[in-house]
Design a protein around this ligand. Structure first.
Ligand code: 13P
Ligand code: SF4
Length: 306
């Protein structure tokens, strides 16, 4: 007999209790996955939640760098991924050689990497940031040192404009956010003139220039909850609408363009989570020589952000 979604959901809830597994999910996960998670958050909050997880096994419903961050920060815990092939093309676009080449010509530079990077890149990084804390952290770095900001040029340009601090940047972008155009936003604003425009900083500068609010996924959820407005144009992946609908019922959400879907985030399904809990697979581990160095960059992020 084929299991229905509600049977799968019940089985997941039973198994995670039986096997003492703490499920952490990103806001871009499918609604039914957010609903079975113990914690749902942005990339920064997910890393902190992993570090403070009350159980010894964590299942991360998110792309590979998110599960790796949990494994880096929690060497004594077992970290499970329901779909280890779920990855981030932007995170994978930079190589160790790119960082080493830059360091050779700028030995005094500070390497600042977005948390959307593989563990081996974090291991050659001085400090990590996420979109929720990048400006706060970079403002605390020595003023005279050059910064190499990797790998998201759109986020880097946004931080530069916020802090008025030039940085060298690696020329990569999130394909999902970079596909939003200023014309998309202007079209939506014409259709919904009263709506506030909420944009993720992975979007292009000309899109950010039209925003009423720019922030991480958690920032966007909070803004919509606190705002007096009832309509919002959402410039980030569609999964976030589930959480906004939960915390701000009755508010109208209009996606900035029709297809704002990260296929990697959506490759995780309830079926895969059930299998992961049944088999206690796939265990994510990072070789200790890489983990210990990456943990320094992630640990500094948490220290500087708080
Ligand atoms: P945040 O949840 O930190 O805003 O990150 C967005 C993102 O694209 C993660 O892949
Ligand atoms: Fe990577 Fe963009 Fe998908 Fe986030 S939304 S995982 S940055 S491709």
């Amino acid at each position: 007999m084929k299991q229905t979604d509600s049977m799968i959901r019940e089985r997941i809830l039973d198994l995670k209790k039986e096997r003492s597994v703490y499920i952490i999910a990103h806001y871009y996960q499918r609604p039914e996955i957010q609903d079975i998670a113990d914690f749902v958050g942005d990339s920064y909050a997910m890393a902190v939640a992993a570090k403070n997880a009350p159980l010894d096994t964590i299942l991360v419903a998110g792309v590979d760098f998110m599960a790796e961050s949990a494994a880096i920060l929690c060497p004594d815990k077992k970290v499970l991924s329901p779909e280890p092939k779920a990855t981030c093309p932007m995170a994978n676009s930079i190589t160790i050689a790119d960082v080493q080449n830059y360091k050779r010509s700028h030995p005094e530079a500070i390497i600042v990497s977005y948390v959307n990077t593989p563990a081996e890149i974090k291991a050659v990084t001085d400090i990590c940031v996420t979109s929720s804390n990048a400006a706060k952290i970079i403002a605390k770095l020595p003023q005279d040192a050059p910064i190499f900001f990797i790998p998201d040029e759109n986020l880097g340009q946004y931080i530069t404009s916020q802090l008025n601090r030039p940085m060298d940047m690696f020329p990569s972008r999130c394909p999902i956010h970079a596909a939003v155009t200023a014309a998309d936003i202007l079209q939506r604003k014409q259709e919904y003139p009263e709506a506030d425009i909420l944009i993720h900083p992975e979007c292009a500068p000309e899109v950010i220039a039209l925003a009423d609010f720019v922030g991480s996924t958690a920032g966007i959820v909070d803004y919509a909850a606190k705002s007096d407005k009832n309509q919002f144009i959402i410039g980030t992946e569609c999964g976030i609408m589930h959480r906004i609908n939960q915390v701000s019922p009755g508010k109208e959400l209009i996606l900035a363009k029709e297809e704002l879907i990260c296929p990697n985030m959506k490759s995780i399904t309830l079926d895969k989570i059930l299998y992961s809990l049944e088999a206690m697979e796939t265990v994510i581990s990072v070789p200790e020589a890489i983990r210990s160095r990456a943990a320094v960059a992630l640990g500094k992020m948490i220290a500087y952000a708080s």
